[in-house]
Design a protein around this ligand. Structure first.
Ligand code: BTN
Length: 271
């Protein structure tokens, strides 16, 4: 990632400070990140993103927070964002047909960003958890709504564990990790956020113009070929995650031979 000299020196001097100005200064992104709002503390960046979307903010607005007090995860779980992590939400107005691609685009951007900035190989657990060394380092929550009769919006919420240690993580979940723990050193949140916005901007432009991220996303899925347990509401079943179909749904071969299409359940790897 190249920065003009001025921006680069600013980044070096202010390693882990986040602000809207530092994030947007010289950013190559055309759409995602053209307006950035930074808050030291919010309830949930997704909540702010949805309010902004309804109030008429331009597409590509990104809300970044230093901390969240009521961060939310998938399936109504809570999501902890202590100081040192990244919590951001991007507001997009995608065509309805692109909603499934957003899941792929977001997780792929995060995985690419982690590799570029932290130098760590990253994989995706279906549908959009990002793992490093088999442990979750990032979760993504995509919520949609309507702004007017013609505009639907998506709030793409991304929570990444960056500069936190084992103690803070023990309050999160047992199979989680942080970039700090995996690299053995602090990683610049500013570089991560800037790289992430540029990656999302590129991939979003590609899917909007008819491109596909399916193959690239599928190649990063750690889930395929694994024994999994799928939970959908109160029901659960086990099988082998065989493939993904064109819209990203997971095809699971049950032990009795039936092939089941999973669109939105919770999938646990049974390693
Ligand atoms: C999950 O793995 O369950 C998804 C976690 C998503 C967390 C992010 S942090 C930024 C955004 N704001 C929220 O309240 N949630 C998402």
């Amino acid at each position: 990632m190249l920065f003009p000299p001025l921006c680069y020196s600013k980044i070096l001097m202010t390693e882990d400070i986040l602000s809207a100005e530092l994030i947007t200064d010289g950013l190559a992104a055309r759409l995602v990140g053209r307006r950035v709002l930074y808050y030291p503390e919010v309830t949930s960046t997704n909540e702010i993103a949805k309010t902004e979307a309804q109030a008429g903010t331009p597409e590509g607005t990104v809300i970044v927070a230093g901390r969240q007090t009521r961060g939310r995860g998938r399936l109504d779980r809570s999501w902890l964002t202590p100081e040192g992590n990244i919590a951001l939400s991007a507001v997009l107005f995608p065509d309805e047909t692109l909603l499934r691609s957003l899941i792929m685009m977001a997780s792929l951007s995060v995985a690419d960003t982690i590799e570029t900035v932290a130098g760590l190989p990253a994989q995706i657990k279906w549908p959009n958890d990002v793992l490093v060394n088999g442990k979750k380092v990032c979760g993504i929550l995509i919520e949609t709504g309507v702004r007017s009769e013609t505009v639907r919006f998506a709030a793409i919420g991304i929570g990444m564990n960056v500069n936190i240690g084992q103690e803070e993580l023990s309050g999160v979940r047992t199979d989680a990790t942080s970039l700090f723990l995996e690299t053995g050193g602090r990683v610049s949140r500013l570089r991560l956020v800037r790289e992430l916005l540029e990656d999302m901007d590129n991939l979003y432009a590609s899917i909007v113009s008819g491109g596909s991220v399916l193959e690239e996303w599928r190649d990063r899925l750690v889930t395929l070929g694994q024994e999994v347990r799928v939970t959908e509401g109160d029901a659960a079943f086990e099988g082998i995650a065989e493939s993904v179909d064109r819209d990203g749904s997971l095809m699971v071969r049950r032990h009795d031979g039936r092939l089941t299409r999973v669109v939105a359940g919770d999938v646990t790897l049974r390693v």
